[in-house]
Design a protein around this ligand. Structure first.
Ligand SMILES: Nc1nc2c(c(=O)[nH]1)N(C=O)[C@@H](CNc1ccc(C(=O)N[C@@H](CCC(=O)O)C(=O)O)cc1)CN2
Ligand SMILES: Nc1ncnc2c1ncn2[C@@H]1O[C@H](COP(=O)(O)OP(=O)(O)OP(=O)(O)O)[C@@H](O)[C@H]1O
Length: 307
């Protein structure tokens, strides 16, 4: 069968709401996911990389953002810390791969239910969230996203939340958070992570959270390892730390309330104190949602959660 024939066949099998999505999946074959979407598309860098960030002031960017500070590090020990990060990523990836699938499903359910019941989620009006990728063994967000997007459709206009999700623009740690209103706004990138196209079906640019005149209240973050002091280890791309630094700088300039930075974490991803290495650009989080509960990790979150 020709590639066009295959495209026609898959288009036929998809719900009509997805027919506008480009279908390019000669490599690799698409995998179904919990979002009900399975398209692959190469990343295109349509937007130039933004100007460099202002240099971190001595300590971590977190130090400038009124939350926990990271450990000071000079260039001599920076290399050591980078190697420690790599080693911990390898260890956690291995632990995630060997996690029992039933336990994973239970934890996915528990974590998402905790988020759905939390006042800081229920009452938030605008948020950024990641689109989970099961191949990366990330905590599932499909239930949360369906809940947010279903509510924002027709039945509950008064409860509408504005949702922004990540889109990788280039490999130099440049990621934007773009507004979506429907799951079918998502298509898979070359890493097989679902993300929005830069424009909607009508050809209008999607709103970029960094250009919005309104703040977000909450960011739901992925990552590989976390601790109770708010340290977060990502996948090593620097996408989130760069984005968070930029967003927090903007919020400060605009005198907006600092949003809550909340990571979703399986039990095996929560580390003892002093295990998660930090470098000066790491942004500390406010809370971790684990299957056994919400763990506030910053003074602001402890106060807010009244614990
Ligand atoms: N769901 C989700 N979306 C996201 C992120 C994320 O972590 N999760 N990102 C957060 O940055 C950005 C994409 N960054 C990514 C960075 C690394 C890998 C990845 O596949 N890493 C492999 C190792 C690859 C290698 O070392 O060569 C892995 O972690 O197993 C994927 C996405 C934006 N979107
Ligand atoms: N705010 C930032 N400004 C400039 N570069 C940054 C920033 N944050 C991270 N980087 C760079 O990105 C690279 C990866 O950083 P790091 O290992 O901390 O990423 P990570 O926390 O694993 O990933 P992510 O932030 O995407 O979750 C490093 O070279 C780091 O210097």
């Amino acid at each position: 069968m020709t590639l066009n024939g295959l495209r026609q066949m898959v288009r036929h099998l998809l719900p009509s709401s997805l027919h506008h999505c480009p279908l390019r999946f000669s490599t690799p074959p698409p995998l179904p996911n919990k979002f009900g979407l399975c398209l692959t598309r190469p990343i295109t860098a349509r937007h130039p990389h933004p100007p460099p960030l202002s240099p971190p002031a001595g300590l971590s960017s977190a130090a400038n953002m009124s939350t926990t500070t990271s450990t000071t590090s000079d260039s001599s020990d920076l290399g050591t810390i980078i190697n420690q990060k790599k080693a911990l990523r390898t260890k956690v990836r291995r632990a995630l791969r060997s996690m029992d699938p039933n336990l994973r499903s239970q934890e996915d359910e528990a974590i998402q239910n905790l988020v759905l019941q939390a006042p800081w989620f229920k009452f938030c009006e605008s948020l950024c969230a990641y689109i989970s990728c099961s191949a990366l063994r990330e905590v599932d967000t499909s239930k949360l996203l369906h809940e947010i997007l279903d509510l924002s459709s027709k039945d509950y206009p008064q409860k509408r939340k504005t949702l922004y999700v990540p889109r990788v623009e280039d490999k130099n740690s440049y990621m934007r958070m773009l507004n979506i209103t429907n799951i079918s706004d998502l298509i898979a990138n070359s890493m097989n992570i679902l993300e929005p196209a830069p424009t909607d079906v009508d050809g209008n640019d999607r709103e970029d959270v960094l250009l919005s005149d309104h703040p977000v209240d909450l960011l739901l973050l992925p990552g590989l390892a976390f601790d109770k002091s708010g340290r977060r280890l990502g996948r090593g791309g620097g996408y989130y730390d760069t984005f968070l630094t930029r967003y927090l700088e903007r919020a400060k300039e605009k005198k907006w309330k600092r949003p809550l930075l909340v990571a979703l974490s399986y039990s095996v991803q929560i580390m003892d104190d002093d295990i998660v290495p930090v470098t000066p650009t790491d942004v500390f989080i406010d809370a971790i949602v684990s299957p056994s509960g919400v763990i506030p990790t910053s003074a602001a979150a402890k106060e807010r959660f009244q614990l």
